[in-house]
Design a protein around this ligand. Structure first.
Ligand code: ATP
Ligand code: MG
Length: 417
């Protein structure tokens, strides 16, 4: 049939078949439950925003804004962009709805689709899903550690093991100034050997050079922000490490781990997994004490992270047992069929998942279907049962069978056993 198919899903998008959708639903339930245990509230936001929002908050000099955004004009000529990440929308909502009026500390999470125009490959799609968390209002390293723990807790609950945590501190605008000066001085004579992106970053966004995958080898002994932290930032980083220690969380310090924009401050972290090869990052985050002020709000400390769910799922979390239906109703003749159909609907009204065959197939075929549907119970109605006002109730796993009156109250009681 394949060769006749005219339409396929667009490259870089993913279809979820029922068993995958079920897995995803479970994953989403785990995330919601865990985030709410940590007292984070869900936010949902639109698929697109004004392009300007991402330019400002994701940052002009990032790969996302430079190369990856799906941007289009609406009929009024306004430039819109499909959301490539969540933080800009969360901060926009925080400011637009005055969520700061609800209390000094606001903690949010989201599970949303994101869009980036990248070369599709394993673990990298054009439409993908992220969950993320943002804690707005707390300057404390305790909050950074809480965020890290919430993500690790979710990985654990999903039976995904072997995720590594890398951490670093990139300081604040105050201590960064000195770092950037020394960093540029160091690189000045080696600029020719760097890749073209890094040559450009040297003047637009030098700190980003540190995490360049191409030039990494050449940057081994380069100055790093961690060595230039001011007292406040150093204390913050110690506090963060101490909290992770209390929580028994293992980490590595990666002095080259950075986020390139001015409003990112202090803590940065990422989660990686060796099974993912070169695209080993599952998620990342950190502090962005400058962003809310930068977008026009009062200076407000904030911290957050985002995890790519598609990439996380490549690490094959243990699937839950596939869910079967509670009851499959099997009817043996035309008159029983109507009785069976009514019963199916009564069962559904009573909170059981139930189904029957609409095709008038043989008893054998219906039993096969009950098996395929992983039904817990089969209810059989034939002429004999109908005349006696009863049904045969069969527990599929054991084959035990008994006759019970055709009466929803009695059947409900039996099904609960
Ligand atoms: P990468 O270095 O892999 O491009 P990134 O720095 O662009 O990642 P972030 O913007 O920090 O990633 O997004 C957080 C997470 O979202 C990533 O760790 C990854 O799991 C996921 N992610 C990012 N881009 C994609 C994509 N195109 N397809 C699938 N997942 C993605
Ligand atoms: Mg990327």
């Amino acid at each position: 049939m394949d060769s006749y198919l005219k339409f396929r899903n667009v490259r870089g998008t993913k279809d979820l078949l029922p068993e995958e959708a079920e897995l995803w639903r479970w994953v989403e339930e785990v995330i919601r439950k865990k985030m709410e245990d940590y007292n984070y509230q869900e936010l949902r936001f639109p698929t697109f925003e004004l392009t300007e929002l991402f330019k400002k908050s994701t940052g002009e000099d990032t790969d996302i804004v430079q190369k990856e955004m799906f941007t289009f004009k609406d009929k009024g000529g306004r430039s819109l962009t499909l959301k490539p990440e969540g933080t800009p929308s969360v901060v926009r909502m925080y400011l637009q709805y005055g969520l700061y009026n609800r209390g000094i500390l606001q903690k949010f999470y989201y599970i949303e689709r994101m869009f980036r125009q990248e070369k599709p490959q394993r673990g990298r799609y054009r439409e993908f899903r992220q969950f993320g968390a943002e804690a707005i209002g707390s300057p404390s390293p305790e909050t950074d550690a809480e965020l890290v723990r919430s993500a690790l807790d979710i990985f654990n609950e999903l039976n995904i093991h072997g995720i590594k945590l890398n951490i670093n501190s990139i300081g604040c605008p105050k201590c960064r100034e000195k770092f950037i000066r020394e960093f540029k001085k160091f690189l000045c004579s080696r600029l020719d050997s760097l890749c073209n992106d890094c040559k450009r970053r040297y003047s637009t966004n030098p700190m980003r050079i540190l995490d360049c995958k191409i030039d990494r080898e050449k940057l081994i002994d380069v100055p790093v922000p961690l060595d230039y932290l001011c007292d406040d930032c150093r204390k913050h980083f110690s506090g963060f490490k101490e909290r992770l220690g209390y929580l028994g969380i293992n980490y590595s310090i990666d002095k080259h781990l950075v986020r390139g924009l001015d409003y990112y401050t202090k803590t940065v972290f990422e989660f990686t997994h060796s099974k993912l090869g070169t695209k080993d990052e599952v998620g990342g985050g950190g502090r962005y004490d400058g962003l809310i002020g930068f977008l026009g709000g009062d200076e407000t400390p904030a911290s957050g992270y985002a995890v790519g769910l598609d990439r996380l799922l490549l690490l094959s979390p243990q699937r839950k047992e596939s869910r079967g239906i509670d009851v499959y109703v099997i009817t043996l003749d035309k008159a029983s069929d109507l009785t069976g159909w009514k019963l199916v609907n009564e069962l559904r009204d009573s909170g059981f998942s139930a189904d029957k065959d609409p095709l008038g197939r043989s008893m054998k075929a219906q039993f096969r279907e009950a098996d395929r549907q992983n039904a817990k119970w089969a209810i059989v109605i034939g002429e004999k049962e109908r005349e006696g006002g009863s049904v045969q109730l069969k527990r599929m796993e054991t084959g035990e069978q008994k006759e019970v009156p055709l009466n929803i109250t009695t059947i409900k009681e039996e099904l609960k056993c």
